[in-house]
Design a protein around this ligand. Structure first.
Ligand SMILES: [Zn+2]
Length: 475
């Protein structure tokens, strides 16, 4: 059996029923001579409109899925039934919407919580100067709907966290073009929470594939996630390292790059010389501040014969700006859209399952199979173990949750059931509760009344679901 059964993980059966029913309807109509060109007569289509797509779907080829049978149904499904959700209407999102709409996807929803900034216009090509300040999702949807007849993009100027399970359940495929790892982890957790298990066996019709694209400067990646079947975002969380900082010894004693000199001024000289008075923090948007750092960095660079410091680079380093590159977005979005097409049509075997792209130096692509993690906190259904000594303080446990490479939580809230009552041990996000529970951090686990085998429920912004940990005391 192939790794990717066809098409069981895709459309819930009722969706296929709808597709088939509408197909029957249109074929009746075309036999009455009311429709042209394969019977899509009332969908705004003109003769030959989908000829290019039909070449992939209505004939066999060396790369088609082993179970693929050419037919007109796939195109029908794609045009009329398949419902996709695009998360993010920025650099990747604009490309994705354009690609999907031109491929024939018509039931598209897009979520983005941002408004358009003038600095987006060089690459987010669905936006114009007159749109600055308006929600990205709305403008992108208007543009695509106006430009591509029959396409119905529904915009949502919201956060992904504003929607519930029932909203996400309506889609066949979710595509994310996000710049936030937290949001990626959250949608990953949401799609996993939609999985149905019957007697421990995954019901394939509950799987909503997630196609995830990401870019950073000249580097990018695209991946296909079949929640519950293949590696999820949390399975490979170690691939997202914490933000890299330059080693302090390099900055202080042997700078080699212009960036090292700017970091030296930012980290060491600014707090020492307090150029704008006591307590004034370096503001990356204040031209006078950047000008000061720029001049000092030039002096530092001159001592070490380093060149290449500019005002622009100075601001980039201070504000940790990674420039967005339009061509990287185009490549990654094209890969993602191709995967959506492959999965939606079931005509081709999807990417298995992770592609990296890099054109920093020449051009490089590589594909590998990211593996599922046996004890993945999101998709494994295995309780998470925490090994601590009874004399460990709650603070140590909290540090582990935030610092461990496989968890990387942001502001975990920890609760436990003690004497039959739910007790919040620590919660950071509400100031009054934080204040009340802060003393717990310096107490030991034993002092808090926790026992060996105790379950701890941990909530965090990185997941829509509470993660259950089991506490194991070490001796
Ligand atoms: Zn996982």
């Amino acid at each position: 059996m192939s790794l990717y059964p066809r098409p069981s993980f895709l459309a819930p059966p009722e969706a296929w029923m709808t597709a088939k029913a509408s197909l029957a309807l249109t074929s009746t109509r075309s036999s009455l001579g009311m429709a042209v060109d394969g019977g899509y007569g009332d969908t705004g289509d003109w003769e030959g409109r989908w000829n290019h797509v039909r070449k992939f779907l209505e004939r066999s080829g060396p790369f088609t899925h082993p179970d693929f049978e050419p037919s007109t149904e796939s195109l029908q499904f794609l045009l009329e039934t398949c419902k996709v959700l695009v998360i993010g209407a920025g650099g990747l999102g604009c490309e994705l919407l354009k690609n999907l709409a031109l491929m024939g996807f018509r039931q598209i929803n897009v979520i983005d919580m941002d408004t358009i900034d003038v600095s987006n216009l060089n690459r987010q090509f669905l936006f114009r100067p007159k749109d600055v300040g308006r929600p990205k999702a709305e403008v992108a949807a208007e543009f695509v709907n106006n430009r591509i007849p029959g396409c119905n993009v529904v915009p949502h100027f919201k956060k992904i966290q504003d929607f519930s399970e029932s909203f996400y359940r309506q889609f066949h495929i979710v595509i994310s073009g996000l710049d936030s790892i937290i949001a990626r982890r959250w949608i990953n957790g949401m799609l996993i929470s939609l999985l149905n298990f019957e007697d421990g066996t995954l019901d394939p019709s509950s799987i909503i594939p997630l196609i995830d694209g990401g870019t950073e400067g000249f580097k990018g990646n695209a991946r296909v996630i079949l929640p519950g079947l293949t590696a999820c975002i949390e399975c490979t969380l170690e691939l997202y390292p914490p933000q890299i900082n330059f080693p302090m010894c390099t900055i202080a004693s042997m700078p080699r790059l212009p960036e090292h000199c700017i970091e030296y001024v930012r980290v060491l000289q600014w707090p020492k010389e307090i150029p704008f008075g006591e307590g004034v923090a370096l503001d990356g948007d204040d031209p006078e501040h950047i000008q000061w750092v720029f001049q000092k960095s030039l002096e530092r660079a001159a001592q070490f014969n380093i060149t290449g410091i500019t005002y622009r680079l100075t601001q980039g380093v201070v504000k940790r700006i990674i420039p967005a590159v339009a061509s990287t977005n185009a490549v990654v979005a094209a890969v993602c859209a191709t995967e959506v097409f492959k999965i939606a049509s079931s005509a081709y075997i999807p990417l298995n399952n992770y592609l990296v792209f890099n054109d920093v130096d020449g051009l490089y692509t590589y594909t590998f199979e990211a593996e599922r993690k046996e004890n993945c906190p999101a998709c494994s259904q295995v309780p998470q173990d925490l090994q601590f000594s009874p004399s460990a303080k709650l603070q140590e446990l909290l540090d582990y949750l935030t610092q461990s490479a496989s968890l990387q939580m942001k502001s975990p809230a920890i609760t436990a059931t003690l004497d039959g009552k739910n007790k919040t041990l620590y919660l950071q996000t509400v100031a009054s509760i934080e204040e009340r529970t802060r003393p717990n951090l310096s107490k030991t686990l034993k002092e808090l009344g926790l026992t060996n085998g105790q379950e701890l429920a941990v909530a965090d912004i990185t997941t829509p679901q509470t993660v259950i940990f089991k506490l194991h005391f070490t001796t």
